[in-house]
Design a protein around this ligand. Structure first.
Ligand code: ADP
Length: 319
């Protein structure tokens, strides 16, 4: 393989730039040319493709977002769209592609692989919802952003003796809420993977209040539902002064943590290694601190799960 492409797709996550940098530098190190495809699959179809040099990825390792931009592209879900994308790749003599993104982006990569074009997926999402990897690029940064917010909200919660509901992102996955809840010392963590009973949530708040607790923090994953509605239910049922903070898109931005930069560098380089070995239809990941790769279809068929033991621990520590 003498020429490969790289794109970022779907929701952005901090560390995508570090992954792009690793792909470009690793490939050039092995005398392989790299082409950057801008705006995800949309740019693949329309041919927004430029050759990247060593210097093209200078000064980006510490930046959030993605220098290649990202997009959601309905057209790529059609055969016609993918055919156009393939033509662009063939026109430039690109022989393999690294796709950095979430499971939606993986589906696009899988479809290209089915057409005989080798693709390797790199997990880039703050949601940590991709099977086959313990962590996705951006999760650690988002987690630290959430913790920073919880710590600040806790100051106000304490001063005003209030109950705070904090809604965090994660789409259908509860990882961000679970980790943030545990690290932020939340009284209650609501995640989509585990059932909850609002009566029990309120009873716990009451027990805490009777014990003399002045404030409470409840972390709600967006996959559970609206934090605002949950806050209202709590206020109605307990009469405790309740406020809601929906953290929103601040969780997606910011300079990646060292952990995310290192992870992105390792995974980006690993993706190039696989392509150079002639392997396509794979995704890379990290499991027990070892780099791994899996068949893309197998990963797409698998369901994301949370760490039950961690959930139970969070329950035990927030009695
Ligand atoms: P993420 O990668 O963050 O999960 P999306 O689910 O929005 O984000 O997917 C990103 C893009 O991947 C979509 O806009 C589309 O271009 C492409 N994609 C998603 N699903 C498919 C599919 N089934 N076939 C082809 N392309 C897909």
């Amino acid at each position: 393989m003498k020429r490969i492409g790289v794109l970022t797709s779907g929701g952005d996550s901090p560390g995508m730039n570090a992954a792009i940098r690793a792909v470009v530098r690793k490939a050039i190190y092995h005398n392989v040319e790299v082409y950057g495809i801008y705006q995800g699959y949309a740019g693949l179809i329309s041919g927004q493709i430029k050759k990247l040099e060593i210097g093209s990825v200078g000064d980006i390792i510490h930046r959030g977002g993605t220098m290649l931009y990202t997009a959601r592209c309905k057209e790529f879900k059609t055969e016609e769209g993918r055919k156009q994308g393939m033509e662009q790749l063939e026109k430039l003599g690109i022989e393999g592609l690294v796709v950095i993104g979430g499971d939606g982006s993986y589906r696009g990569a899988q479809k290209l692989t089915e057409l005989g074009f080798p693709c390797v997926g790199v997990p880039g999402t703050i949601d940590n919802d991709i099977p086959g990897t313990d962590f996705t690029i951006g999760f650690d940064t988002a987690l630290n952003t959430v913790i920073d917010a919880i710590d600040k909200i806790r100051d106000t919660a304490t001063s005003h003796e209030r109950t705070y509901v904090i809604e965090v992102m994660g789409r259908h996955a509860g990882d961000l809420a679970l980790w943030a809840g545990l690290a932020g010392g939340a009284e209650t963590i609501l995640i989509p993977e585990e059932d909850h009973d609002m009566n029990e949530v309120c009873a716990k708040l009451n027990r805490g209040h009777d014990r003399g607790k002045k404030h409470s923090i409840i972390v709600v994953a967006e996959g559970v539902g609206s934090g605002v509605e949950i806050g209202k239910k709590i206020q109605d049922a307990t009469n405790f002064e309740t406020r809601v903070s929906v953290l929103g898109h601040i969780q997606r931005g910011g300079s990646p943590t060292a952990t995310d930069r290192v992870l992105a560098s390792r995974l980006g380089a690993k993706a190039v290694e696989l392509l150079l070995e002639g392997k396509g239809g794979r995704v890379v990941g990290i499991q027990q601190n070892q780099l791994v790769d899996h068949d893309i279809m197998e990963i797409l068929d698998r369901k994301h799960t949370i760490d039950e033991k961690m959930y139970n621990l969070a329950q035990e520590l927030s009695i």
